[in-house]
Write a protein that binds this ligand. Structure first.
Ligand SMILES: C[S@@+](CC[C@H](N)C(=O)[O-])C[C@H]1O[C@@H](n2cnc3c(N)ncnc32)[C@H](O)[C@@H]1O
Length: 283
């Protein structure tokens, strides 16, 4: 039942600023290609968050798992060690190349990857239903209702969608927000879990939500690298680059040995999940 607010249209409008600046004729795959190596180095080192996320999943040795937007296999690889097989879908060749290296290094043989956007996957043609479907911080889709519906249709037992709760990077802006945007202007986008929850409710999927404390962490080669990535992530205009550079030079932490810079802030993450036969019976 659709309510007064069309949550999917709201999601689209919040994403559209992001898409306008982000796409520039590129698909999400090529955008992630550029970040793949750095992302891989960063996420594969920090296993505590991964272990806590996996502990929330219902996994059995006989299950098949579909990882939508699997990236470099941060979740696919440890999951593959507990289940029959994992299918990793991702539009980025660079991310999947890292996944392949990680799979080979760990001697894993039950992960298959498909290099496509989730929107372009045809159920019954590219993939058959899996026991468990997960999508973790990979909701780059414009029509999220359609994407969630396809995840539901692709699952035989459980669906888990993990997204941030509240501000994407935690509360780490300091004075940047005001300096960049001025008083009263909306800054960036906040397509957090609550939109997904409401969209699912309109689809008559009454999901569960677990909120978890986590850390947002990013590493940069140099101040220039950080400036470029924050500009892209936070939709910061060219003329505000100096303000951003100064702000980052104050808040980033330098590793005394490698000279690499990092940004770490407390954040909250939401696992939205539902069991297939519980909700489908009601629809
Ligand atoms: C932040 S990474 C997360 C990777 C992994 N799920 C994890 O938690 O480590 C986001 C991933 O989502 C993928 N992605 C973005 N848009 C997508 C889409 N439309 N369909 C499938 N994957 C997408 C990107 O290519 C990227 O690998």
């Amino acid at each position: 039942m659709a309510g007064i607010i069309n949550w999917n249209e709201l999601w689209k409008s919040m994403r559209s600023g992001h898409q306008r600046r982000g796409d520039r004729g590129e698909d999400p795959g090529s955008r992630w290609d550029k970040r793949a190596k750095k992302f891989n180095e960063s996420v594969m080192q920090h296993t505590e968050r991964t272990e806590r996320q996996i502990a929330k999943l219902e996994l059995k040795p006989e299950y098949t798992v579909l990882d939508v937007g699997a990236g470099t296999g941060r979740l696919s690889i440890p999951i593959a060690k507990q289940v029959k097989s994992v299918t990793a879908v991702d539009p980025s060749k660079g991310m999947l190349a890292c996944l392949q290296e990680n799979v080979e290094r760990d001697g894993i043989t039950n992960v298959t990857s498909i290099n496509k956007r989730w929107e372009d996957i045809e159920l019954g043609v590219d993939i058959e239903p899996h026991d468990v479907v997960i999508a973790c911080h990979s909701l780059g889709m414009f029509d999220i209702q359609e994407a969630l519906g396809k995840m539901d249709a692709a699952s035989k037992r459980y669906v888990y969608v993990i997204n941030f709760a509240g501000k994407w990077m935690g509360n780490g802006d300091g004075g940047l927000r005001k300096a960049i945007s001025g008083e009263g202007r909306r800054f960036g986008h906040s397509t957090d879990y609550i939109l997904l929850y409401n969209i699912l409710h309109d689809m008559e999927i009454y999901a569960n939500v677990d909120i978890m404390d986590t850390e947002f962490e990013q590493h940069y080669d140099s101040l220039g690298d950080a400036v470029d990535r924050w500009k892209e992530m936070r939709d910061i205009p060219e003329e505000k680059e100096d303000v951003l550079r100064e702000h980052l030079s104050e808040i980033l932490v330098k590793d005394s040995e490698t000279g690499a810079l990092s940004f770490t802030r407390g954040s909250k993450s939401a696992t939205i999940w539902w069991q297939k036969n519980e909700t489908t019976d009601m629809r």
